[in-house]
Design a protein around this ligand. Structure first.
Ligand code: BGC
Length: 252
């Protein structure tokens, strides 16, 4: 199966490998997303086998876009956050393509994919100008998009603000680890956002990651200047952005 106007995206995270065909006219999934638990250890070959299984299950025979929680340059993973360190230096594009009978594959950073999807179909779709997307999860992922064009691999989660990497200050996992209330955590997020907006001056900031589901509990508490909007696509943003990337032939 592979239909006109549809593209297939897969989002690889610490807990699940999730994928579906996407209708690129609407940004909606064509069928319910398929989820396979991320293998442990999440070595490149084990994850590639899970990807091949998922694509077989979907009976998809076309090209595939795939995200990794990594810096990805020319298909090669250069970092590995929340997946096995063996990914560093792995030619992920070649690995996945081999696992999928040599078909074309595009690989990109997970937050970059989410940013592309929110920019075209989601929270940022009606905004002209610079959009900054941040995903709050185990770490903080970032995507910078200007009029539909992505600046790939920004890795702002590792930027130091106030002497601390921002993902160590304000990832959703920090809220859990330190048992912070929403007001306490929102104060940390505000510090991070003020630092970022003073450097990048985005028109809007889109907040993604699982914690964006509770946006009404913390976004109103933020004290930074730039409007912050909760992500719309929630747990499909990575899949949709990966599908956009393969359609566009994106190379980062
Ligand atoms: C990684 C990024 C990734 C983000 C979200 C960060 O720790 O460095 O590459 O996008 O986590 O998964």
């Amino acid at each position: 199966m592979s239909a006109r106007g549809h593209a297939f995206g897969i989002d690889i995270g610490g807990s699940g490998v999730k994928g579906a065909a996407v209708d690129l006219a609407t940004g909606e999934l064509v069928h319910e997303r398929i989820k396979i638990p991320t293998p442990h250890p999440s070595t490149p070959q084990a994850v590639a086998d899970a990807v091949a299984k998922l694509v077989r299950e979907a009976a998809w025979d076309g090209p595939v876009g795939i995200t990794l929680p990594s810096v990805v340059l020319d298909g090669v993973a250069r970092t590995a956050a929340n997946i096995d360190k063996a990914w560093i230096g792995t030619d992920a594009r070649a690995l996945f393509s081999d696992a999928l009978d040599g078909r074309p594959v595009t690989v990109l950073n997970d937050a970059d994919a989410a940013g592309l999807a929110e920019d075209r179909y989601g929270a940022a779709k009606n905004f002209a100008g610079l959009v900054l997307l941040l995903t709050f999860g185990t770490g903080i992922g970032s995507a910078l998009i200007y009029h539909g064009t992505l600046v790939p691999n920004t890795e702002l989660g590792h930027l130091e603000i106030g002497g601390m990497e921002i993902e160590h200050r304000a990832a959703a996992s920090i809220k859990d680890r330190d048992e912070l209330t929403y007001p306490q955590w929102a104060a940390q997020v505000s510090t991070v956002l003020v630092g970022l907006e003073n450097l990048f001056w985005p028109k809007i900031i889109v907040a993604g990651g699982g914690i964006s589901r509770d946006a009404d509990q913390w976004i109103p508490l933020l004290t930074n200047r730039t409007p912050v909007l909760p992500a719309h696509l929630r747990n499909t943003a990575g899949i949709v952005g990966a599908a956009m990337a393969i359609e566009a032939g994106l190379v980062t």
